[in-house]
Design a protein around this ligand. Structure first.
Ligand code: NAP
Length: 282
């Protein structure tokens, strides 16, 4: 198969604006918390370079991720790719003033004057920060706002926040290993025209343990899967509510592998059921 081209990327619209973004992005938790280690920073640089060269745009960070914001900001500037990225980060603290200080700090670290997306991390003091962020969105300091969580126990709370329809994004765990979001949250996102970012697409890497040493089924070729990563990501992207999935990595080869999932055919509902049954049987 020829190398994937950036122009082949599947784009998905952000429902509230119609702006499109590539359907696979990059998570920076752990992977980009590498300030002070030259060789790991070089790996992160290659990873970010590969993301942009292969047509990816969204990177997701948080003040919770150690040096990931400042490393991302530094590398994006050095590589001259800041304007190509769709930069998402989070606020993760309590209190209005503490939130404002942290969000301004994040913008400095990421070296941007305006963030594409600011999300309330794990719903910490969400009401307070969303009030600030609605003002910031009106003032043009952030383009989009949203809420995140990583655990099915919080899906009901996420749903309450998105139901009224004035949030732009919800970020949530969703994978073959953690499919609970499709019961209520993903339909609620569609109903409220909320974009969905999927975190933990490989259950933090654990899903590769489940398939270790096992070959892909022959029929995976029908939807263009050459690796297990692509099998897992295409299953996620086959859900129409999903806007972008953000696998975490500091490995440029893995970025190429992951971005290849955002091209070609995606599974329909029947194929997704077959994929889920196969994964459950392993
Ligand atoms: N509450 C929240 O808001 C929240 C919570 C969790 C996560 N997140 C966001 O979601 C992102 C993704 O979640 P995650 O990092 O926890 O877990 P994940 O993406 O499910 O898994 C990451 C693991 O998968 C491996 N991996 C990535 N691509 C691979 C490939 N093509 N082949 C083989 N292994 C591959 C990585 O190893 P290598 O490094 O070796 O590639 C890493 O160990 C985070 O980075 C973060 O940005 C947000």
């Amino acid at each position: 198969m020829p190398p994937a081209r950036a122009a082949d990327r599947i784009l998905r619209p952000i429902p509230k604006s119609g702006e499109t973004i590539p359907a696979v992005g990059l998570g920076t938790w752990q992977a980009f918390d590498v300030a002070g280690d030259a060789s790991e920073t070089a790996q992160a640089r290659e990873t970010l370079k590969a993301l942009v060269e292969l047509g990816g745009r969204l990177i997701d960070s948080s003040p919770m991720y150690g040096s990931a914001e400042s490393v991302s900001g530094q590398l994006a500037e050095e590589l001259g790719v800041k304007s190509k990225l769709f930069i998402a980060t989070k606020v993760w603290t309590s209190g209005k003033q503490a939130g404002i200080r942290q969000m301004e700090d994040s913008m400095r670290k990421l070296r941007v004057e305006r963030l594409d997306l600011m999300q309330v991390h794990n719903l910490v003091d969400a009401g307070t920060h969303l009030a600030t962020l609605r003002e910031w969105r009106t003032a043009g300091r952030v383009r989009y706002l949203g809420v995140t969580h990583y655990h099915a126990g919080a899906h009901g709370d996420l749903e309450k926040y998105i139901r009224p329809g004035d949030l732009d994004f919800v970020q949530v765990n969703y994978s073959l290993a953690e499919p609970e979001a499709e019961r209520r949250l993903l339909p609620a996102a569609t109903a409220s025209r909320t974009a969905v970012i999927v975190n933990r697409p490989f259950a933090e890497g654990a899903m590769f343990g489940q398939v270790k040493g096992k070959a892909l089924p022959d029929w995976a070729k029908e939807i263009g899967c050459e690796t297990w990563a692509q099998f897992f990501l295409k299953w996620i992207l086959g859900h129409p509510a999903v806007t972008c999935v953000i696998p975490g990595t500091r490995n440029a080869k893995h970025v190429a592998d992951n971005l290849a999932a955002a091209s070609g055919t995606l599974p329909d509902e029947a194929m997704r059921r077959k994929m889920a049954a196969h994964f459950a049987s392993l």
